[in-house]
Design a protein. Structure first.
Length: 406
């Protein structure tokens, strides 16, 4: 199978099914917690359980991805997640599903994701030609968004009928199907790094350090790394506040809150599809800077809206979602292009770990201050900071000239 487009399609068709079934189970677990506890604190703890393993283990997982066979790592991670999910079914045969078990399952599933995400990111450039990486990043954004939208919608229909147990079986099917598609695609294995500067290196901590060193050696990527962390701190928690803005500031209904979520996801879907077809501006540093500016403007403007401005809030939510793939897509493609394949696992693992820490930090800060300032004021603060970050980024010579760096 030498046709790279066919390989990419087979690989990501499996990932699409897996994203879809995982989104169904994830939403079912969230609804189960919400119905059983009716507690915002429990939902916050559940979010932390989902992010913490990636934050703590991402760098280690990425380094091991570079050591191990990447195809087997992806298959193993998928099947591990399926087995963890099956534990819910086994437990419910003997007793009602307890809160503590759901939280543990969310935590353990996230460990598998910590290995799977850097592996799939490191595999893509082994299949896709360099000139098509940005467009393929747009396609993958579209696949992930479609999986989330469809999974959330299907979960709303099936959860009352099947409960968590039925969703688990769907998730297991998705994991097995994704594993089969990975198994049939021939994936080249990059050479292992047995020695560096003439010296054999076996320490996993050394390999993690090498991932950070690779970022530092490429000034453009290094600058983008830290601007990306700043964006994660301010942007990710705001995503969690969208329903509260709809319900509290705009006095809307749960239906209106759902509309905003769908509109935001629709914007991501269209933005990802456009990136897949067009590829964005030739200078991807400019694309990412403009994306950050649009995200900041959308969030800032949403915070300024009066309580009767819900329609405009929905429009700005679409804008924020539309702009998002034009940041994440080029960033992924640049890392895949500029980093040697044998180092990609540790680089993506480190990036995922730092991004997860940033999200957790942002969630904590938002949890402390958003209730005090008001949700709309927090939107204004977050949007303003993101606009400043976008303006600073576009002024950085290493970002503007990133296409000339190798």
């Amino acid at each position: 199978m030498n046709n790279w487009k066919l390989k990419f399609f087979i690989l990501w068709s499996g990932q699409a099914v897996s994203f879809f079934t995982s989104a169904i189970l994830q939403m079912a677990l969230i609804w189960h917690l919400a119905i059983v506890t009716n507690s915002a604190l429990v939902l916050s703890i559940a979010s932390i359980a989902g992010f913490l393993p990636m934050a703590l283990l991402g760098s280690f997982a990425g380094a091991y991805v570079d050591r191990w066979n990447r195809k087997l790592t992806m298959i193993g991670a998928d099947l591990y997640i399926a087995v963890i999910s099956l534990s819910l079914v086994i437990f419910t045969i003997f007793a009602p599903l307890p809160l503590w078990l759901v939280l543990i399952v969310l935590f353990l599933r996230s460990i598998g994701t910590a290995f799977h995400m850097p592996a799939i990111s490191a595999v893509t450039p082994l299949i896709v030609p360099e000139t098509h990486l940005t467009k393929c990043s747009g396609y993958t954004q579209t696949v992930q968004t479609l999986g989330f939208i469809a999974g959330t919608s299907v979960a709303a229909i099936l959860y009352p009928l099947w409960g968590v147990r039925g969703m688990v079986f769907l998730d297991v099917f998705g994991a097995v199907f994704a594993s089969l598609t990975v198994a049939i695609v021939k994936i080249p294995q990059p050479p292992k790094i047995e020695e560096i500067d003439g010296e054999v290196k076996t320490s996993i901590f050394f390999e993690i350090k090498e991932g950070y060193k690779i970022f530092k050696e490429n000034k453009g990527l290094f600058v983008l790394l830290w601007f990306g962390m700043g964006l994660s701190i301010m942007y990710s928690p705001v995503n969690a506040l969208f329903p509260l803005m709809s319900l509290d500031h705009f006095g809307g209904t749960t239906t209106q809150a759902s509309i905003v979520e769908v509109v935001f996801a629709l914007g991501m879907l269209i933005g990802g599809a456009l990136l897949g077809v067009w590829g964005g501006f030739k200078n991807r540093g400019i694309s990412m800077s403009l994306s950050m500016l649009l995200i900041g403007i959308g969030i800032f403007a949403s915070g300024l809206l009066p309580s009767n401005g819900f329609i405009f809030f929905a429009v700005f939510s679409f804008l924020i979602g539309f702009a998002s793939p034009f940041y994440s897509g080029p960033q992924t493609a640049l890392m895949q292009e500029r980093v040697k394949p044998e180092y990609l696992g540790r680089v993506f693992g480190l990036y995922g770990s730092l991004a997860s820490f940033s999200m957790l930090f942002g969630l904590v800060v938002t949890g402390i201050f958003a209730d005090i300032t008001g949700f709309n004021v927090w939107f204004i603060i977050s949007g303003f900071v993101i606009i400043i970050l976008g303006a600073m980024m576009i002024l950085m010579p290493s970002v503007r000239k990133i296409e000339n760096q190798k």
